[in-house]
Design a protein around this ligand. Sequence first.
Ligand code: U2F
Length: 458
Amino acid sequence: ERRRHDAPHVALLAFPLGTHAAPLFSLARALAAAAPGAAFSFLNSARSNASLARFAAAAGPAPDNLRVYDVTDGCPTGYELPADDPEEEVRLFLGVTPGNFRATMATAEDSGGRKVSCLVSDAFLWIAAEMAEEMGVPWVPLWTGGPASLAAHLYTDLLRLTIGAGKQAIPAWADEHLNFVPALSYLRVRDLPEGVVFSNLNSEFSRLLHRMADELPRAAAVALNTFAGLDPALDAEFSAQFNTSLPVGPLNLLAPIPAGPDRHACLPWLDSQAPASVAYVSFGTVISPPPPELAELAAGLEASGAPFLWSLKDEWRARLPAGFLDRTGSWGLVVPWAPQVDALGHVAVGAFVTHCGWNSVVESLAGGVPMVCRPFLGDQRINARVVSHLWEVGVEFDGGALTCGGVKEALDLVLRTDEGKRMRERAGELRKKAVRAVGPGGSSVQNFKALVGIVTGN
Ligand code: U2F
């Protein structure tokens, strides 16, 4: 009989939406490099793998013991995904899950001659808990979003019971604080992800996250893209609720993947700007502000006069106010894609106008850059609150939405006042802590070693 640690084969199951697969992929590369005797199979949709390949190429050849597989994504041939409904891709994908992963895992087992001995998955894929149980192997999920939102999902039943649930609009109690969950007491009801107590509690995502919260305590370990000490109250929550809680972040520092080529020459442009003077603007990969807000943002950048680097997809460029690019061309640069991690690490960048996707927040911390927050969905409102109220390294907008005056005021505050300077100092302190966590003997390095042990069965 084969001993479990004889020939470990770790399958990693990705969730192909937005920037979910990327942190799992950088973790896969790091694990494979740390455990050369084990085999690693990374399973993801072809579409998501293709977008990962772009930056993976820049990181150099993958370790020999890591193989990447495409799984079917449920998308009928020739079907064009609607640009305005990011959930459609997920619905189609989940429609063929877990059969798609099962089939491809069988292929991976055949080609390498090793049975899968551990399932690592995006935490969203709670179904991997059931698969792992059937296979008699450990399940290790990675939570890629903000840790405070994970706590909100773990407390969903209590939140629904205490606050009441099922109401569609954001009701009168929206500004009440969550005092009955001490680790989240700085949050208001309105900050919660939709589907927890308001909006559609029966959406695909809402049901998926609710089920996930039930399954996570069964996992052998839960990995998180954060570091111990960033939020001690949450560290204690997760240690109490999970078998093993392993904050291994910031992943962009622990397992960095070099940015691809700087096609639009953002970095040389930043080289020509004064320190801490530039506003970097990006809203991640899933959403874009609605057209009226985009126009307000453009007007605000113009009114502020601060140099700006704006990552804006080409399809949105046409929606900029007439003449904007000509008028601001001498102090602003608008590009379809920026090497964000390098930009946030550049001395010239002094503010980040962001939707507060967790990867962006963590990258901003790693660069010591204060944030101007315009969250839209999911964990983003909570992340924005963490940035502005818990860490005090950023600002939100009154009423939430971008306005010309609000953008100008926020940039003036962050880039040109003593309060902005203090935010930068606090962000710099968090940066130091993050660097320590991934440095020699740091907590994330220790946790990563523990993770390697758990997934390889050693
Ligand atoms: C979903 O987040 P998003 O993909 O919308 O946004 P982020 O988590 O902030 O990740 C965006 C990544 O894309 C990179 C950037 C980040 O790593 O460095 N990038 C870049 O390199 N250049 C560009 O011009 C623009 C972006 C979701 F919407 C969030 O709510 C979740 O928190 C997140 C993680 O689960 O996934």
